[in-house]
Design a protein around this ligand. Structure first.
Ligand code: UFG
Length: 327
């Protein structure tokens, strides 16, 4: 099967390509990435690489035709929650404009299958009664990042109804960790576990954004999921779509919540190091609690997460150690 991975040089995209190419006989992998937040070092040597934007109609449609693409995995997005609050136009332009262009190219080139990386941010700030979050829980995003992803979901729904484009939507909770060779190479990370590990590797103090939320210790609760568990769910979703020939939407998380302070504690225990942190004000756009109910992923896809938070912490630390500038 000929597969296009848009955003295959990024964090999750690169781990996914590695997973696919463990089965080189079955999958022929093409990557499209504009390298805006992706890295050349993350491009798998056995994948064919095109440098360019998801917004480029001519480039994308020529790849779909030339490479005879049958299935698209779309990972390319601007994804920093806090930044999106201050750059709504850039977020909508890239995330929604990108999806519109992809769907247009799929329609014009007769490509019928796409798996899309969506997010827990589509749920906004769920009410206590809605935790753990189910796929049909109320959706009311509280930042442009989440709204742009929800808009993308509606675009896919329309494309299915109008053009028969089949889709799988995976709503990620908080992805963390790395494989041995692929992971997040961002030097100035914004995600919690990379931020903590960076502070351990380079020194300096990390900030805890808020301790006055309505949670057990006042800091925000998130559901952390290992990137390797996450990418495996993409292959299961592809198999589901092929078997059932219909769209599906599932949440991906472990169904366990950790506060920010508990994550810091887990890092200290796992790596046997002291984290230097200080509590500051809230970050704009942060919901208090995001935990999923992952029973639909289990039931529909047969997906069961294997890794624990300590595995995420350790693998991110090991991966980060290899490229962080120690000067
Ligand atoms: N946090 C800190 N200090 C930091 C970084 C983060 O206290 O330096 C806190 C945040 O305020 C939040 C928690 O750690 O409470 C997790 O924050 P992240 O930035 O790691 O992740 P987010 O929850 O903001 O967002 C991530 C993804 C989104 C996804 C969301 C789903 O970036 O794509 O998880 O839960 F939608």
């Amino acid at each position: 099967m000929n597969i296009l991975v848009i955003g295959g040089a990024g964090y999750i995209g690169s781990v996914f390509v590695e997973e696919l190419l463990k089965n080189k006989k079955k999958y022929n992998v093409v990557i499209l990435d504009d390298l805006s937040t992706g890295f050349k070092e993350n491009i798998h040597p056995k994948a064919k690489f095109y440098e360019g934007s998801q917004l480029d109609y001519d480039l994308l449609s020529s790849i779909l035709k030339k490479e005879k693409i049958e299935f698209i995995f779309h990972f390319a997005a601007k994804l920093v929650v806090g930044e999106s609050v201050f750059q709504p136009i850039e977020y909508y332009e890239n995330n929604v404009g990108g999806m519109l262009n992809i769907v247009k190219c799929m329609r014009d080139c007769n490509v019928k299958n796409i798996v899309f990386s969506s997010t827990a941010a589509v749920y906004g700030n769920p009410l206590e009664k809605d935790i753990p979050i189910k796929e049909n829980s109320y959706k009311d995003p509280i930042n442009p990042y989440g709204s742009s992803k929800l808009a993308d979901e509606y675009i896919l729904k329309g494309a299915y109804e109008a053009y028969g484009i089949n889709y799988g939507i995976l709503r990620y909770f908080n992805v963390a960790g790395a494989s041995k060779n692929y992971g997040s190479r961002i030097i100035n990370p914004t995600l919690l576990i990379p931020v903590i590990n960076k502070s351990l590797l380079l020194g300096g103090e990390m900030k805890v954004f808020g301790d006055n939320y309505k949670t057990r210790d006042g800091s925000c609760i998130r559901d952390y999921i290992h990137v390797i568990d996450l990418v495996k769910a993409h292959i299961l979703m592809m198999n589901y779509m092929i078997k059932h020939n219909k769209p599906n939407i599932v949440n991906l998380g472990t169904s366990k919540g950790f506060t920010v302070l508990e994550v810091i504690n887990q890092v200290e225990k796992t790596l046997n190091k002291k984290v230097n942190y200080k509590i500051t004000g809230r970050r704009q756009g942060d919901p208090a609690i995001l935990i999923t109910k992952n029973s639909k992923a289990k039931k529909d896809l047969g997906w069961v997460p294997k890794y624990k938070i300590s595995d995420m912490i350790k693998s991110d630390f090991e991966f980060r150690k290899k490229f962080v500038d120690k000067k």
